[in-house]
Design a protein around this ligand. Structure first.
Ligand code: ATP
Length: 235
């Protein structure tokens, strides 16, 4: 489904991603692990088109998206939930969700159905639909950010540290939700610091270090490695 070849991302002299190759099959949950600064977010941003790659190619279902703008990438079926969550705090939950439907804004009937599906899946959002997003808890804002991305009806969801800053019980809920989305056939690229939980729901995992992939395998294979000592410590 997604094919990344020779991806490089640089910030001036800093080479954040140094020519990585990987793929993600339809409906697969691929987890991207690595210490702070390993290049995970830069990889995700380059796939989303918000950070220009200095080299490499990107394909989604045979469509060449190399160098494409974020709108083109969204139209191709890739949605992003950034680390910052990016909900609009002064807008209501409903308005935030409606923004997520910009790709299909003429399909009002379809968007209504989608909205009801998402309200059923995220009851706290349904209860707070007219509340300003800024008044939601951290976990609810993360749900909103994910739900807004789903309003664009993606085939592939990119999630950058969705459990960041959440209490353990809430982050459990977010992981359960991600596992559910996967079981419904959505492809997911997940960046996580919460390695054990991420590996429990992932199909495969890649470990990055200093801009390169240093380990990859099924989630079970990667879970057997002594990750914290070798790859996830301070660099
Ligand atoms: P984290 O978990 O801290 O987000 P990461 O694995 O996602 O880490 P990146 O954020 O991709 O890593 O950062 C990779 C490298 O690129 C780091 O050395 C970082 O300092 C650098 N970097 C990231 N963003 C920028 C930027 N906008 N300008 C300059 N350097 C950057």
């Amino acid at each position: 489904m997604l094919e990344v070849q020779g991806l490089q991302v640089s910030y001036g002299a800093v080479k954040a991603v140094r020519g990585i190759h990987f793929h993600l099959k339809a409906g697969e949950l691929l987890c991207l692990l690595g210490a702070n600064g390993a290049g995970k977010s830069s990889t995700l941003k380059a796939i989303a088109g918000v950070q220009k790659a200095s080299n490499g190619s990107l394909w989604l279902d045979g469509q060449d998206l190399s160098g494409a703008r974020p709108e083109q990438i969204a139209r191709a079926g890739i949605a992003v939930v950034p680390e910052t969550r990016d909900v609009f705090p002064d807008m209501s939950v409903l308005e935030n969700l409606q923004l997520g439907a910009w790709l299909h804004r003429r399909d009002t009937a379809g968007n209504k159905v989608r909205l009801e599906e998402l309200y059923a899946r995220f009851p706290p959002l349904a209860q707070r639909r007219h509340q300003a997003a800024g008044t939601l808890s951290g976990g609810e804002q993360q749900m909103l950010s994910i739900a807004r991305a789903l309003m664009s009806r993606p085939r592939l969801l990119l999630l950058d540290e969705p459990s960041l800053g959440l209490a353990p019980a809430i982050s459990q809920q977010i992981f359960a939700l991600i596992a559910q989305l996967k079981s419904q056939g959505l492809g997911i690229l997940l960046i996580e610091q919460n390695v054990q939980q991420a590996l429990q729901i992932a199909d495969r995992a890649l470990v990055m270090r200093l801009g390169q992939i240093v380990l990859q395998g099924t989630a079970a294979e990667v879970a057997q490695q002594n990750l914290s000592a070798q790859y996830l410590g301070e660099q």
